[in-house]
Design a protein around this ligand. Sequence first.
Ligand code: XMP
Length: 525
Amino acid sequence: MAGHAPSLPDERVLVLDFGSQYTELIARRVRELGVYAAVFPWDASAEEIRLFAPRAVILSGGPSSVCEAGSPRAPEAVFALGVPVLGICYGMQLLAVQLGGTVEPGTPREFGYAEAALTAEDPLLVPAAETLPDGRRGLRVWMSHGDRVDQLPPGFRPLLTSRGAPVAAMADPARRYYGLQFHPEVRHTPRGHEILAAFLTLSGLGRSWTPEAILERLTRDLGVRLAEGGRVLLALSGGVDSTVSAALLRRVVGARLVPVFVDTGLLRAGEREEVEALFGADGLRVVDAGARFLEALRGVGDPETKRKIIGRLFIDVFAEEARRIQGVGWFAQGTIYPDVIESARTRPGSAKAVIKSHHNVGGLPDVLPFPLVEPLRELFKDEVRALGALLGVPPALLARHPFPGPGLAVRVLGEVTAEALAIVRAADRIFLEELRRAGWYERVAQAFAVYLPVRSVAVMGDARRHDPVVALRAVETEDFMTARAAELPPDLLARCARRITNEVPGLSRVVYDCTSKPPATIEWE
Ligand code: XMP
């Protein structure tokens, strides 16, 4: 954070990222166990590592092979710290080659579920051990590796063995160095949580990272940082991150907070009213820009062009409003930790990954002449929700599905018109109402209606009409990278179709999208 060093909790774990798709998950699991964890790229400098002064280090997995020339290595600074180190998958192989052992390349790839038997009693694995189907004591684990550790480095002993990995775990108890060939952080390793907990216990780390402690620390840090400098402008979208940011800032700076909500006319039913109910008494400024957005989108059918127009206009509208407000000294936005990790990520062998642009507010910090405050930039989504609950944000709002920055404009296929928006908004409201009533809203990650500008025939009374179609989509996913269409009960779908066709004029039929991602994306545009 430019010009600002937030205080760090005493207990902290460094997760070095070697490019595994699970790196973020490792940090989340450690934090769920009550210890603060931060992710650094694998090529972090010795200086950064020393300054962070972790009490334990975890080396993540990664797509490279330690046997390839030029593949990433753990910085020597990690071993100079004198703290416990846990290497997971690629991380274990790094421990092997960097501490004097060997790794055998290109062994048959072991991928998926495996059973591994204990070969020694060690406090890292014993708490998680169970009786395997063949009667041995061991662990059910998730493997994903090609190379495997051959010769152990001096000081290490083998702890676990599986068919594909004769050394599936190893430990040097004196130095508290541990290696796991499998992934304890994924749910497919059913007792992985206990293994990570044992590593934290062996590292002498307890339960210090709690929502209450997070709130106290953020309140203190932000209080110091924002003690002076004028009013704090916040772009409030009504989503979880910006709402929790607003609630936190309201607590820290009180009436100096100026939340600004841009009504683009592309919002879901009731969104503006909810924001008004929460922050209306806190000097909320609502900018009515629906007509401007509709005008800018007139005649535009291409989805990417629509996104660009909306993004640019949002920045213009927000910046115009900001210029009208007297005494602003800060600009706040609800960036969260996954955005930060992504933008810092160094993929071994490739250029920096491109971060998904943070829709609406992405370009604002460049346009606004104020220092940026990102109060939630250290937090994962679950932590943001827990903080929100402590700050009194209504649970229904915290449980809300994500909503894309360009809003309903990408849920009206082709040209966006006032009529199409009215139809998709009304259908969406009914769909979500029925999902909530049936207890399905919390079971899916995202659910919404889409307006399809095709004409299909409908018979109303005696008249035949040719009207547009509404598609309903509900998906189950953890990461939004892959998703499954939710198998909603037929009677629920039938009720939605009946209500939508009865209550929303101007459409002919309702269909349900049963496609997975891939190949289909979650949104239709
Ligand atoms: P897709 O459609 O790519 O969606 O499978 C994955 C997730 O990203 C959201 N999404 C967006 N979010 N601006 C956003 O802020 C966008 O332009 C955008 N497009 C998709 C989508 O809602 C889902 O959660």
